[in-house]
Design a protein around this ligand. Structure first.
Ligand code: ZN
Length: 504
């Protein structure tokens, strides 16, 4: 074998040259392949917030507003500072001469402060002025934005929690019960209503406003020792030498991003249908924290089955300083502390109502100011499916009678009945009985009229057709007519508008 080595030197050398040439050609080919391959997925991080099986195309994602927020939070100083970049594809038919961002912490009910320190659009500094009783900021554009443009908005902001909340006081924003609640803490792009901006000053009841579904990448820096309940998925976490933590969260599509933090939260979690469900609660309320988890899981399963899948990898139920009220946010439901330790019989109904908003408000958006019945009535009516699915039809029927029909009958008896289709400010003390209860009864009436299967098909189709959009009452009514195969205007008139002339 050794003797054959010498003569083989030359051929081997020739082979080496050939091999080198082949390698170079291959390398060039591969480089060429790389050049023609699509670029790396720009939404790879966002996709990590999705439940396995949930899908949206890159084109759908590219059409949405996309936020990138960096914020440093110092609960000891009751303050936070941050910057926000929003990539906004312009899809309005008319040119935009200004942009509005909501600054809800300035609202009296929030008791805080959100100041804008600087703003630019596509690299040019822009003037900004406060509007809508300081619950909005107007950015005046140097030149109008037109359909097909992309605006790159940069804002720097400073937030403060000014008012000291008292124990037992409703605190949607601020510090109470050892919980730092930062809901709607950053400047949120205002929604469009028709050809203008929706800039209502939030009313005493009802939700603060409504927003377009968007993508969120949020970097939060905070002191050590805090348990955080955030919208979306935490992708990474680093700790600096002083112990301060920087965490990255992603979510989307979602209508807002929210953070609640406390050094004393306890957490229980379990997984169902590809979603990790977490319950955050105070140590002394552990039994209720556990019940909230189980109720949320059952609701998630039943609603996914009836209305279509829940989109995210995460879902949280969080004990919050909201007395006995609840509040929905994307992927996160805040449940008032008092139903964990005082009005515990209301815990289940509150949890499953709020979880239903993951479909009616987050997936299918609606104008919660002008038409609050559309999301509240549906969130409330969803409970019928929950109780029927978990405890049987008879229990669901009792819920309908005790929670919706009896209170409405007494409102009617007092001569205080109103149609459900009015804006939030047209209601007084009977807001929940009318918008929630009577709202739910409209859907129950459709069920009586069209049959359970048709109404279920209607709700599933409503999600498929209007997912991540803002649906109007007219959209819903037209779809219901189509599914029913007949005109239901007499029902809409009776329940929603009160008289044939009082439409929309
Ligand atoms: Zn609600």
């Amino acid at each position: 074998m050794d003797s054959s080595r010498s003569p083989s030197v030359r051929p081997a050398h020739t082979h080496g040259v050939l091999l080198l040439a082949v390698c170079v050609a291959l390398a060039l080919l591969l480089a060429g392949c790389r050049a023609t391959k699509p670029a790396a997925d720009p939404y790879a991080d966002i996709r990590q917030a999705w439940r396995p099986g949930f899908e949206l195309s890159a084109a759908q994602l590219a059409a949405m507003p996309s936020y990138s927020i960096t914020v440093t939070i110092d609960p000891a100083q009751r303050a936070y500072t941050g910057t926000l970049e929003l990539t906004l594809p312009i899809s309005t038919t008319q040119p935009l001469t200004d942009l509005y961002f909501r600054t809800y912490p300035n609202l009296y009910a929030f008791g805080g402060e959100l100041q804008i320190n600087g703003a630019s659009v596509n690299g040019a500094n822009v003037n900004f002025t406060s509007a809508a009783s300081r619950t909005a900021v107007q950015l005046v554009l140097p030149k109008p934005l037109v359909h097909g443009d992309t605006a790159r908005v940069w804002l720097s902001f400073l937030g403060k929690v000014e008012r000291e909340s008292k124990a037992g006081e409703y605190t949607i924003f601020g510090i109470n019960e050892d919980i730092f609640s930062l809901t709607n803490f950053y400047p949120i792009l205002a929604a469009r209503r028709g050809t203008g901006w929706a800039l209502d000053v939030p009313y005493v009841h009802g939700d603060v406003g409504f927003h377009d579904a968007a993508l969120y990448r949020v970097q939060v820096t905070m002191p050590p020792g805090l348990i955080v309940a955030a919208t979306g998925s935490e992708l990474s976490r680093t700790v600096d030498p002083a112990g301060w933590v920087t965490a990255h969260y992603v979510i989307g599509p979602a209508r807002e991003f929210n953070l609640l933090m406390s050094a004393t939260f306890q957490v229980l979690e379990t997984e169902t249908l590809g979603t990790r469900v977490r319950s955050y609660f105070k140590a002394e309320d552990g039994a209720a924290g556990q019940s909230a988890l189980y109720d949320a899981i059952a609701a998630l399963q039943i609603y996914s089955d009836r209305f279509g899948a829940y989109p995210y990898r995460e879902m949280a139920i969080v004990q919050a300083p909201l007395t006995y009220h609840g509040m929905e946010f994307p992927g996160i439901s805040l449940i008032g502390s008092q139903v964990y330790n005082k009005f515990t019989k209301d815990l289940e109904t509150l949890v499953v109502h709020e979880v239903a908003h993951q479909w009616w408000y987050n997936q299918v958006g609606s104008d919660q100011v002008l038409s609050p019945w559309l999301d509240e009535g549906l969130a409330e009516f969803s409970m019928y499916y929950y109780y029927a699915g978990r405890y049987g039809e008879a229990v669901a029927k009792r819920l309908r009678a005790s929670r919706w029909e009896t209170p409405l009958a007494s409102v009617v008896q007092r001569g205080e009945d109103q149609p459900i289709g009015l804006p939030v400010w047209d209601y007084e003390g009977n807001y929940e009985t009318l918008v929630y209860g009577k709202g739910a009864l409209l859907f129950a009436t459709l069920q009586d009229e069209l049959g359970a299967a048709a109404v279920e098909r209607l709700l599933r189709t409503y999600v498929q057709q209007y997912q991540w959009q803002i649906a109007t009452p007219t959209d819903f009514q037209a779809l219901a007519n189509r599914i029913a195969g007949r005109n239901l205007d007499a029902i809409y008139t009776e329940w929603i508008y009160g008289s044939p002339t009082q439409g929309q």
